[in-house]
Design a protein around this ligand. Structure first.
Ligand SMILES: [Zn+2]
Length: 459
């Protein structure tokens, strides 16, 4: 199935530029809009016990992290969980491949295998001191849907593909969304392989993936391996569902976010003897910028986080002559995000001139706020029924890459106190099961939607 070339005629516009064509898409979609789930979606049930057991079973593959999971991209635990996922896919009869950036694909045949598959994807990597749900719930939830479809004899017209996307978190290697960004044509395999370790060790994602045996010959881009749609469960990372007393949500879009690297270059000197006046201390410049970043977030009604700092030279008696900080800015509005970016660059300049520093700046990732595809959101909304509410995500996901290509939407699962990227992350067994049921129903709704749109499609 991977070698065949599939024409992207199902939706007719599954290209990178597709999202510009909003009005066209909406017209076709409105004609179909319905409040009900597809008949097959109504039949589906989920084994919540099995899903729960697998989430906790796979949490064993972690660096020491009491209660949580620390499974960084391409580390030994990532290999173990990947091997487990591969075995589950093969046991279910998947056509299985790994691509050059390590993403795992398991394709299951539909009634008409000329149609690009409907994807369910997320990630098995976590941040350091992360939780058990951010990522794994999406992948293992998708696996549970596939197992249930098989057991219940529910066959889709389109094939289905399960995907474990590599380095979603960017916790070990920057940038984040390390494989889906290549799939979306916004980066290359070479660039992804060269992604450097955040700990400045000099290791690269390509080298580390090779070490664990996860550089494969599977498809790397949408062009090579198109999908009809992408659906993803994620824990909410906010408290809207909790406040509304709802276990699930349909995600309509995301806020904007931008990552920057700023490197201050100063001058070496003795930490004890150099006079205070005339110092060119790069770390002092970075410290001031960190304070400015916090102020800026309040001023502009956005958010900012410093996610890394590297300073040198090492030693107890050195003034710091080179300091790099990495930070992200977030805003719900595109204009607000742009304003924050401009404002912080002005402050970089003034700090540099005050402290006699040179500043290098690099905007590494820039994701404007946006919306998922209405036809995909609607499939999730109908699947949620009165158990869900509309929601938005405050961060990027692999779905924010696939939405550049094809209908995409996400399912949120209620998260206790909205906490994520912490061992305290928690979604109850019932809510995990509910989110997987919504994912499965959304896929079946989308399959039905494509059938209604192009009933006699043969390629
Ligand atoms: Zn995640």
């Amino acid at each position: 199935m991977f070698t065949r070339s599939v024409t992207r005629a199902v939706l007719g516009k599954g290209s990178v530029g597709a999202r510009k064509n909003q009005s066209l898409r909406l017209t076709g979609f409105r004609a179909y809009a319905t409040v009900k789930n597809a008949p097959l979606a109504e039949k589906l049930s989920i084994n919540g016990d099995r899903l729960w057991d697998d989430i906790h079973h796979t949490a064993q593959w972690s660096a020491p992290s009491p209660g949580g999971v620390t499974r960084l991209c391409a580390d030994e635990n990532d290999k173990k969980v990947r091997d487990w996922f591969r075995d589950q896919l093969l046991a279910l009869g998947a056509d299985y491949k790994v691509n050059a950036t390590g993403s795992q694909f398991g394709v299951f045949e539909g009634e008409d295998n000329s149609i690009p598959p409907i994807a369910m994807g997320s990630h098995l990597d976590t941040v350091a001191t992360g939780g058990r749900f951010d990522g794994p719930l999406g992948v293992i939830g998708a696996l549970e849907v596939m197992r249930s479809l098989k057991e219940q004899g529910i066959k889709t017209r389109a094939p289905i593909v399960l995907i474990n996307w590599t380095n979603e978190e960017g916790a070990r290697f920057f940038p984040l969304l390390g494989s889906s960004v290549v799939y979306a044509g916004r980066s290359t395999v070479q660039q992804a392989h060269a992604a450097a370790s955040n700990d400045a060790s000099g290791l690269t994602m390509g080298g580390e993936l090779k070490k664990i045996g996860y550089v494969g010959d599977g498809p790397n881009t949408f062009e090579e391996f198109p999908i009809s749609a992408h659906f993803e469960i994620h824990c909410e990372q906010s408290t809207d569902l909790e406040k509304a007393g709802k276990p699930v949500g349909w995600v309509e879009g995301w806020q904007g976010m931008t990552w920057y690297d700023v490197i201050f270059h100063g001058e070496d000197g003795h930490a004890n003897t150099y006079p205070m006046y005339g110092r060119r201390d790069a770390l002092t410049g970075a410290a001031k910028l960190i304070c400015e970043l916090e102020k800026l977030a309040y001023e502009k009604n956005g958010a900012s986080t410093v996610t890394g700092i590297h300073s040198r030279p090492w030693g107890a008696c050195n003034i710091q002559s080179k300091t790099k900080i990495t930070f992200c800015l977030m805003h719900k509005e595109a204009e607000g995000l742009e304003e924050m970016g401009k404002a912080i660059m002005e402050r970089v300049k003034s700090i540099a001139s005050l402290h006699g520093l040179e500043a290098e700046t690099d905007r590494t990732v820039h994701l404007l706020p946006g919306n998922f595809w209405p036809e995909a959101i609607d499939c999730v909304r109908r699947a949620c029924g009165d158990k869900g509410i509309a929601s938005r995500t405050g961060t990027g996901h692999d779905s924010t890459m696939t939405t550049l290509l094809c209908p995409t939407a996400m399912v949120f699962a209620r998260a206790k106190d909205g906490i994520s990227h912490s061992p305290k992350e928690w979604t109850s067994k019932e809510d995990c099961a509910e989110s997987a049921l919504v994912l499965g129903k959304a896929v079946l709704n989308f399959d039905d939607y494509m059938k209604q749109k192009a009933p006699g499609l043969k390629m």
